[in-house]
Design a protein around this ligand. Structure first.
Ligand code: AMP
Length: 545
């Protein structure tokens, strides 16, 4: 029996129409360093029409890749809203990648048009001659006339381009399964891999993000998107705000703790989203420059494990609720969110909140042990997490249709490369990336757990634990520590602190005190760099007996 329901595509063209009309009064606000620029979703809709006309005038057609090389700001949001809605494919380039990686990615994606922020113009000028598919550069907030481009590339000014256009554009009816956007993994090993999102996958994922099971967004909310728009589409916040009518706050290039806190003071966000290292920086600044930030109702932290002490600092000192989640480029970002069950109280509640959380609806999950056999969700057995569902990628983008990294997929399941356990009530706790697992004398040592415990020491600002080769035990944990300024602590004291909760054989011998932990282009601990520094004897460390 068929239903009597009508059908309609879950398309970002429909989303743009909806946001610009029903939520015309919601706003996108960009911080300029001292003040703000504000535009309503209604204005954004009118400018999207102009932008779509401009792009069509430049020859952009269905599925042409339109890239951005920009900070989080209002114009970036306009590009986000327009490009997929006109049937082209949005591709936010990671502005922090090396030029080699940028060239690889832009070629692989075959980017035709690139929107470039004026403050990033000289960085982009440097790589542009090697980007052979790019035909147009559109300079946002910059000097188009002064931009040096190779022959065959036209340079335009964003505002001049828009000014010349009519505001009305007939956004097409789109197939919800067609490509809408793409992102490349920020992986530190091998070539970056491309993921292509559909209108349907982005729509469904953004709907989940708006629900209380994730961020719970509505028209009275102001959502500060610190996570860059090139990091898994800023975890879908642009689309989730368009769906829910929540206003967006964009920090532009002002991502240091001081200006971020100044923007917060001026705009009083109710929600924010960023990786843990941003929150570490904010906590450090707040410790010396106290400021009330309790207007933040909930902040979402993911992309790397949130240290429990940092979570407690925000909750107990600043009255800000931190919600921990897990996700990947391949899972459109949000795969799990740690909202505790109603019965949880006390330490039990914290345990739930510090886990990676429960799986989103529509995300199927299982743990696979050695020999590729499923392991039970008993809260103890460890395995590699595999997921599937309508916003999980089924393959990596390949222009030649040859399978890329086929072993990342297991009969319809994505092998995440994350190792953890799942409790009988469905909470995921990750212990490591499979590539970061430390096996000492055949026994696993969880680098995430050990890092969290070291960071619970009051003298420690940041700590990364990584495996190094050892003649006797095959591998041993090595610790890189950043101490808080003025806080004395030595390796012996930190090891004694660990000895309170770890077995003697697990305690690390090698301790390196460093000024900074190396970070990836999206702000996670870069353990590949640490391992290389260790192997090249560039990491000075203390060896305890
Ligand atoms: P990316 O595609 O750059 O977002 O990286 C995804 C990877 O980040 C995941 O496979 C995990 O290894 C890691 N990750 C994301 N969220 C968390 C989290 N809450 N805890 C631990 N690791 C995480």
């Amino acid at each position: 029996m068929l239903s009597t329901m009508q059908d309609g595509p879950l398309s970002l063209a429909n989303l743009l129409r909806y946001a610009a009309s029903v939520h015309a009064d919601a706003t996108v606000t960009t911080w300029t360093g001292s003040t703000t620029r504000r535009r309503t979703f209604g204005e954004l809709g009118a400018r999207a029409g102009k932008l779509a006309n401009a792009l069509r005038g430049l020859g952009v057609g269905a599925f042409d890749r339109v890239a951005t090389f920009m900070w989080n700001n209002t114009q970036h949001m306009e590009v986000y809203a327009t490009v997929p809605a006109m049937g082209a494919v949005l591709h936010a380039l990671n502005i922090r990648l090396s030029s080699e990686q940028l060239v690889f990615i832009a070629h692989h994606a075959e980017d035709r048009v690139v929107f470039v922020d004026g403050s990033l113009a000289s960085a982009f000028e440097g790589v542009l001659p090697r980007l052979r598919t790019v035909r147009h550069v559109i300079l946002v907030n910059g000097d188009a006339a002064g931009f040096r481009a190779p022959r065959g590339v036209e340079v335009h000014s964003y505002e001049a381009l828009l000014e010349a256009q009519p505001g009305v554009y007939d956004f097409p009816v789109l197939d919800e399964r067609s490509a809408a956007a793409m992102c490349y993994t920020s992986g530190t090993t091998g070539d970056p891999k491309g993921v292509v999102y559909s209108h349907r996958s982005l729509f469904l994922h953004a709907m989940h993000v708006t629900t209380p099971a994730a961020m719970g967004l509505s028209t009275s909310d102001r959502c500060l998107a610190i996570v860059p728009m090139f990091h898994v589409n800023a975890w879908s916040l642009p689309f989730a705000c368009m769906l829910s009518g929540a206003s967006l706050l964009m920090p532009d290039r002002f991502l240091q703790p001081e200006p971020l806190l100044a923007m917060m003071e001026a705009e009083r966000p109710t929600h924010a989203a960023a990786v843990p290292t941003i929150w570490t920086g904010l906590a450090g600044r707040l410790a010396t420059h106290p400021q009330d930030i309790s207007y933040l109702r909930e902040v979402v932290v993911g992309g790397a494990a949130m240290p429990p002490t940092l979570m407690k600092t925000f909750e107990e000192h600043h009255r800000v609720k931190v919600v921990h989640g897990w996700g990947m480029t391949e899972t459109s970002s949000v795969g799990t969110v740690a909202h505790p069950p109603a019965h949880a109280t006390g330490e039990d509640l914290w345990r739930y909140r510090m886990s990676q959380g429960r799986f989103a609806p529509l995300v199927e999950f299982r743990l696979m042990g050695d020999n590729n056999a499923p392991v039970p969700n008993d809260g103890e057995s460890l395995g590699e997490l595999e997921v599937s569902g309508p916003w999980i990628t089924g393959s990596y983008y390949s222009p030649s249709h040859e399978a890329i990294e086929a072993d990342s997929f297991d009969e319809g399941w994505l092998r995440t490369g994350d190792v953890g356990r799942i409790s009988p009530d469905g909470f995921l706790t990750l212990v490591d990336r499979a590539k970061d697992v430390i096996k000492s004398g055949g026994e696993w040592i969880s680098s995430i757990d050990m890092e969290n415990d070291i960071m619970a020491h009051p003298a420690v600002a940041e700590a990364a634990v990584f495996g190094v080769p050892d003649e006797r035990w095959d591998e041993r944990p090595c610790v890189a520590v950043v101490l808080r300024t003025g806080e004395p602590a030595d390796a012996t004291a930190l090891r004694e602190h660990l000895a309170e909760s770890w077995a003697k054989w697990q305690l690390p011998e090698r301790w390196a005190f460093v000024a900074e932990i190396p970070k990836t282009s999206v702000g996670k601990f870069d353990k590949k760099v640490l391992r290389r520094q260790y192997a090249d004897r560039r990491l000075a460390f203390i060896h305890l007996d």
